[in-house]
Design a protein around this ligand. Structure first.
Ligand code: NAD
Ligand code: UDP
Ligand code: UDP
Length: 312
């Protein structure tokens, strides 16, 4: 098949930049669209001279006309600190951004993949989380702009699929980390590594017994691409994440140990609606996409620590 022209919204962000890089290596032509809210040109500067790479400054809240074969819709701040900074804008990005990209996909008959999130499960009452769980989400709290925004985006995706026979792919991404996370991003992996490397206290929110499952970015990118390549009858939603589950305290101790840091752990108040436990059931991804994450936490942290050392 001839090479494809692929739009990656949020392409100058953490996951988006890795995805653009991977797709370029496959010989595809990439339109990387971003408003640089949490992403930056730095993340894609090594791709700028590539003849098949084009960077577009644009906000997905506004309509845009482009001709493409596939769309990966990643545009949206992902760190709680950033998505709560202007929560109304986050909801607009999630919902109007999804609507515009769906309209575009419909016009040009492109396949479109939505970067949904484990946050659609909220503070989950079943564990691990399976795709058929509807979630436990506060509709009007501090995290709602993101959680409900992403849930509404999923609704729009499935309605475009039902009403317009659009070829959609919905993936629910669980906590992903790796090089090119913003050092001041506010998420737990980047915070802990930066704190450990600069000798500051490691800030554990709450008692640190809440759990997360951490997926290395290279594994995640493979999952996104494998999902995009599925036949039209498979829409998802499908969980993508690493089923290894760790308490936040375990993560803090691991980072301290791996950086040989003298930093001490301090405890801070737990943010509102912070999920108590999170771990993906990935049996659908394994069965349908033949996908399994291969990078274990220590190995991924090692690479991420090396990256952050170059940032200091
Ligand atoms: P990120 O903040 O690094 O990337 C998001 C990108 O979207 C940034 O480049 C940002 O500038 C851009 N963006 C934000 N609002 C925009 C707008 N209105 N118009 C155009 N561009 C806009 O975050 P990330 O971790 O790379 O996340 C990428 C996607 O994956 C997001 O949709 C996020 O919700 C989803 N996701 C990520 C994780 C994770 O753990 N990293 C987990 C679940 C879901
Ligand atoms: N849209 C876009 N680019 C396109 C086609 C549509 O940005 O190439 C936007 C369009 O402006 C609209 C949204 O996508 O806001 C949904 O489009 P659709 O055609 O599905 O619905 P309608 O325009 O009828 O509301
Ligand atoms: N967290 C923490 N210290 C930090 C940043 C985050 O203890 O400096 C906790 C946070 O309260 C949550 C977990 O780590 O329980 C993951 O937070 P993150 O913001 O990375 O993502 P979330 O999964 O909550 O969206």
């Amino acid at each position: 098949m001839a090479n494809k022209r692929i739009l990656v919204t949020g392409g100058a962000g953490f996951i988006g930049s890795h995805l653009c890089e991977y797709l370029l290596k496959q010989g595809e032509e990439i339109l990387c669209l971003d408003n640089f809210f949490t992403g930056s040109k730095d993340n894609v500067k090594h791709l700028m001279k590539h003849p098949k790479f084009e960077l577009i400054r644009h906000d997905v809240v506004e309509p845009i006309l482009l001709e493409v074969d596939q769309i990966y819709n990643l545009a949206c701040p992902a760190s709680p600190v950033h998505y709560q900074y202007n929560s109304i804008k986050t909801a607009k990005t999630s919902i109007l951004g999804a609507l515009n990209m769906l309209g575009l996909a419909k016009r040009v008959k492109a396949t479109i993949l939505q970067a949904s999130t484990s946050e659609v499960y909220g503070d989950p009452l079943i564990h691990p989380q399976r795709e058929d769980y509807w979630g436990n989400v506060n509709p009007n709290g501090l995290r709602s702009c993101y959680d409900e925004g992403k849930r509404c985006a999923e609704t729009l995706f499935f309605d475009y699929h039902r009403q317009h026979a659009l070829n959609i792919k919905v993936v629910r991404i669980f906590n992903t980390y790796g090089p090119r996370m913003h050092p001041q991003d506010g998420r737990v992996v980047s915070n802990f590594i930066m704190q450990a490397l600069t000798g500051q206290d490691i800030t554990v929110y709450g008692n640190g017994l809440q759990t997360r499952s951490f997926c290395y970015v290279d594994d995640l990118v493979m999952g996104l691409v494998q999902m995009m390549d599925q036949s039209a009858d498979f829409t998802g939603p499908v969980n993508l994440g690493n089923p290894g589950e760790f308490t936040i305290l375990e993560l803090a101790n691991k980072v301290i140990e791996m950086t040989s840091s003298k930093s001490k752990i301090t405890f801070r108040p737990l943010p509102q609606d912070d999920p108590v436990q999170r771990r993906p059931d990935i049996s659908i991804a394994t069965e349908k996409l033949n996908w399994n994450p291969s990078v274990q936490l220590e190995e991924g942290l090692k690479k991420t620590i090396e990256y952050f050392k170059t940032m200091i």
